[in-house]
Design a protein around this ligand. Sequence first.
Ligand SMILES: NC(=O)c1ccc[n+]([C@@H]2O[C@H](COP(=O)([O-])OP(=O)(O)OC[C@H]3O[C@@H](n4cnc5c(N)ncnc54)[C@H](O)[C@@H]3O)[C@@H](O)[C@H]2O)c1
Ligand SMILES: O=P(O)(O)OC[C@H](O)CO
Length: 304
Amino acid sequence: MPKSVAILGAGAWGTALATLAKTNSHKVSMWSRQGSQTLAEVVQGADIVLSAVSMKGVRSVTSQLQSLPVSPETIFVTATKGLDPQTTCTPSQIWQETFPNHAVVVLSGPNLSKEIQQELPAATVVASSVMAAAEFVQVVFSSDRFRVYTNYDILGVELGGTLKNVMAIAAGVCDGLHLGTNAKAALLTRGLTEMVRIGVHWGAKLETFYGLSGLGDLLATCNSPLSRNYQVGYQLAVGQTLAEILAHIEGTAEGVNTTQVLVQLSKQQNIPMPITEQVHRLLQGEVTPRQALLELMLRDIKPE
Ligand SMILES: NC(=O)c1ccc[n+]([C@@H]2O[C@H](COP(=O)([O-])OP(=O)(O)OC[C@H]3O[C@@H](n4cnc5c(N)ncnc54)[C@H](O)[C@@H]3O)[C@@H](O)[C@H]2O)c1
Ligand SMILES: O=P(O)(O)OC[C@H](O)CO
């Protein structure tokens, strides 16, 4: 039975998700700031409203939607991977706070949009406290090239996709400096430890970080030149400035803003995040990539 899917944000990810829903014969309408249709027209009668706007647009889009008549049955899906710099909220927290009576679903996983547009196989996770809503979204997007799993742990699924962007910047640096496979394995493993440490402290489930939305997305993003966050790290390592990189990058590298928010929170809450801290200092221009590496290697020795 075809469903009506409204996609907000016509960037790389919104467009790829629209393709997946259309391939399953659903009725898809898209909204973007530059588009010809109004937000009201696009969301009218939608079974699913899926947001793939970048973090900086989430507040503005939710508040525009709040004043529109949206059916109480409509499910909101968020596919944004970031943290709000003003409130440090995750995107799903903003959606749920704006629409407390609606089901909110997080969609997150190892999903490089260019590979999905090339029709390569991929898997993802849809998480919600309302399992019927997660299952509805699962059916709408599942196909022989996109395998969708459900999960109850909204926060864990959302944080996996968000926190790995910081590690992807570090991984790009690692590859740009040609530090080798041993170094990369150490970085990703210790990076995952850091993601787990803060995520579990905030209430996410440990096991979620070892699934598709955690380890899965970490592996995809940290090993692919298609990742914009990886590109930021790689280009810093080969001598470009952050301003030069951001001026030329195609799309959004959420990890730059996420690092800022995370460092602030980890300091306030006294959670050690050494890799994130060095990524932050590098993005601020306080250390060179080689100095950041040395700082990490020369930390006090300790048990694993
Ligand atoms: N591209 C991917 O492979 C991929 C995969 C999974 C998740 N994501 C996540 O999805 C989000 C979007 O990524 P993308 O690659 O599509 O980025 P993009 O830069 O290609 O697109 C971002 C979209 O957000 C919109 N937007 C930004 N600010 C807005 C505002 N104030 N009001 C309304 N719309 C606004 C832009 O117009 C654009 O349509 C990011 O959080 C990203 O981490 C991306
Ligand atoms: O291009 P990136 O770095 O935003 O990564 C895209 C997706 O998050 C990969 O799952």
